[in-house]
Ligand binder design. Structure first.
Ligand code: GLU
Length: 322
């Protein structure tokens, strides 16, 4: 019998501001990749950070995606589909369940370090903003109940929950950047699953959500390339199938900096005043390497032209002038 594989991709924005050109670049490629062969595309709202996430930002994200012609089959604020809710702030029960399984297997430990404690242990060369945890709270022996936070401190100080990571290499094949190797012990050390204030860590939430939503391909910016190592480790521990990872170049301004909310001329608010949807989609497709020159085209018109082999493989692409 013929079996037909249907891809399921997703776009998982954090609603912390209006999208910019870089966000919609990742969204477009993710959408094209999922939809090209008739797959599905999920919109998940990653509003784990209550301080920075706003419902009106999520509404703008939806409006901007619709304006671009990037329609989703599941998700969004209305919660369309069978795998909801699709906002991370409403999914704590799923994260609790996954964390409970890791805790019961003796794979986690409580951590009482403050941010200052952690920063004080960083080598000066850690200049890329990456924090490698020293293991200050790591119990000497793995497992036993006595290591599980019952040291008296737990009553008095808030505790984060960390995952033990092994000193071994994790390999994966990124669809654009090829074979990647990450050693979690040197890349990040034992990493946080739940913060001391109770907030869920991105790494746990993203794995649980992608797995429970049946995502088969993760397409996102290359800044998250090496996070995939942490995520693959969690997929394995939790017994979930690992999706295909595809990271795409980050768009940079003329000064070589990754686009951010500071580049207001490249925010969707400004871009929608200057371009029509088909002009903007054509420009993004040209930046990606799908079109030889920018010409107006709709997102669905691009579907027959899309192929991963056309996409530029550099980690960044310079698009702005400032
Ligand atoms: N929510 C993350 C962000 O907006 C993206 C996470 C992901 O795609 O895995 O940066």
């Amino acid at each position: 019998m013929e079996s037909h594989f249907t891809a399921k991709g997703r776009f998982a924005p954090s609603p912390t501001g209006r999208m910019h050109l870089g966000n919609v670049f990742s969204a477009l490629i993710s959408w094209l990749s999922a939809k090209k062969d008739g797959g599905k595309w999920v919109l998940r709202i990653e509003d784990l950070d209550p301080q920075r996430s706003r419902r009106e930002h999520a509404l703008w994200i939806e409006d901007d995606l619709r304006w671009l012609g990037l329609d989703w089959d599941e998700g969004g604020l209305s919660g369309l589909g069978d795998n909801g809710p699709y906002s991370q702030s409403l999914r704590a029960g799923f994260y609790e369940e996954a964390l409970g399984r890791l805790e019961d297997s003796g794979l986690t430990y409580p951590c009482y370090c403050t941010r200052a404690d952690i920063m004080a242990t960083q080598a000066p060369h850690e200049s890329d903003g990456r924090v490698v945890y020293s293991g200050a709270c790591r119990p000497v022996r793995l497992g036993g109940k006595e290591d599980n936070g019952n040291d008296g401190l737990g009553e008095r100080r808030l505790r984060a929950t960390r995952l033990f990571v092994p000193d071994e290499e994790i390999h994966f094949d990124d669809r654009l950047y090829g074979l990647q190797t990450v050693n979690l012990a040197s890349h990040c050390g034992d990493f946080i699953l739940r913060r001391a204030d109770g907030a869920w860590a991105y790494q746990l939430a993203v794995v649980v959500d992608d797995a429970l939503m049946g995502i088969t391909e993760v397409v996102r910016g290359s800044d998250l390339l090496l996070s995939s190592g942490q995520q693959i480790y969690l997929y394995r521990l939790l017994g979930y199938p690992v999706p295909q990872f595809s990271h795409v170049p980050l768009l940079c301004n003329g000064a070589g900096q990754r686009l951010s909310k500071r580049d207001s001329s490249l925010s969707m608010e400004s871009l929608r005043k200057e371009y029509s949807p088909s002009h903007l989609v054509g420009l993004l497709a040209y930046f990606a390497g799908i079109l030889p020159e920018p010409f107006p085209i709709s997102a669905s018109g691009l579907l027959p032209l899309f192929s991963w082999s056309a996409i530029h493989r550099s980690p960044t692409l310079t698009v702005g002038t400032t």
